[in-house]
Design a protein around this ligand. Sequence first.
Ligand code: NDP
Ligand code: MG
Length: 383
Amino acid sequence: MTKKRLAILGSTGSIGTQALSVVVEQNEHFEVEVLTAHSNADLLIEQALLHQPNAVVIGDERHYEKVFEALDAHFIKVYAGDEALSQVVQMDSVDVVLTALVGYAGLIPTLAAIDAGKNIALANKETLVVAGELVTQRAKAKGVNIYPVDSEHSAIFQCLAGEFHNPIEKIVLTASGGPFRGMNRTALANVTKAQALKHPNWDMGAKITIDSASMMNKGLEVIEAKWLFGLKPEQIEVIVHPQSIVHSLVQFEDGSMKAQLGLPDMKLPIQYALAYPDRLQNTFERFNFMDYPNLTFEQPDLQTFRNLQLAYDALNKGGNIPCVLNAANEIVVEAFLNDKIGFLQMSDVLADTLQKCTFVKQPSLEDYIASDAEARRLATDKI
Ligand code: NDP
Ligand code: MG
């Protein structure tokens, strides 16, 4: 494998830092060209001094001076602001862009990277939730590959290796069920932010951890899967699997099912996306059956965890509705993290926003931008 030069958007986050540890272990295969953060200037500086990228971007312009002063003497270019993200991903020296930033902010830089013909390792699922059709069409037109980083989608992708010509009957996305699995609505009415932030199996950023507790993460993943694998909503099933060992499954037209298994460790799907089609030897901890003698499976409870149903409904409606769902969800998660609303109210605000928003059947990029803004407004008003 020739050495791949990476742009890591969101290098200071959970996925970003794990990606950098993959780079350290696989330094004969990867080198870092670009690192970006939103406001964590100290960690960005530390990462840049270690990895010596060509350029860094600090999203929040108030930290520009600090980052510039720390890195200029090391011949590392420093940029600030959202627009810089779309420029650095287009640099000639970048081979692959890992989108590890969180939320809607991933959309425009991902499109810019695709337009420049860069392959994408996609962690930022929100990009495909907001504008899956536009993004996948543009990638196809540009001959750009989108390699999934999300563990479930990586599992499906790994199961499809050597099978790309075989039609899929269905896929099954596994869900851990999060910290509140098995609870009823009375119990959920009183759960706290601290409880929601304690995921049983994964250590992730705050937004996706809340999404996991509310099952919205699985809803976003259903939409993500539709676009990555070209499926109809009815071909995408969700099963709760509390141990998070079976990362997802594909069923082919002959009824055969393939699954991908492993310990819950995001470094593996990150490495697979970056090294594809190669598998690289590594020191990650190995799975031992005797540590998990019981792998169990349950139906998801869509009445209690309404967000998963709302996501299926949004996917079935199509157009700009998944974009609206995503924007309203970003608002309610932030409100929940700021103690402004309770756990169950998140779904109420989502349902209300979905009902009030303007429907656009075939949205352009401008329509998505407008829908995102409208949904944020509606959700904020409701809160
Ligand atoms: P984190 O919150 O840990 O990290 C987010 C990163 O994005 C940070 O580098 C942050 O910078 C940066 N960032 C935040 N807001 C903005 C913004 N408005 N503009 C530009 N950059 C921004 O998130 P995760 O790593 O957990 O998740 C990243 C993405 O990967 C999400 O889409 C998530 O759904 C997906 N994902 C994550 C998994 C995980 O295990 N963590 C698993 C599967 C998917 P700063 O540090 O300066 O704030
Ligand atoms: Mg996932």
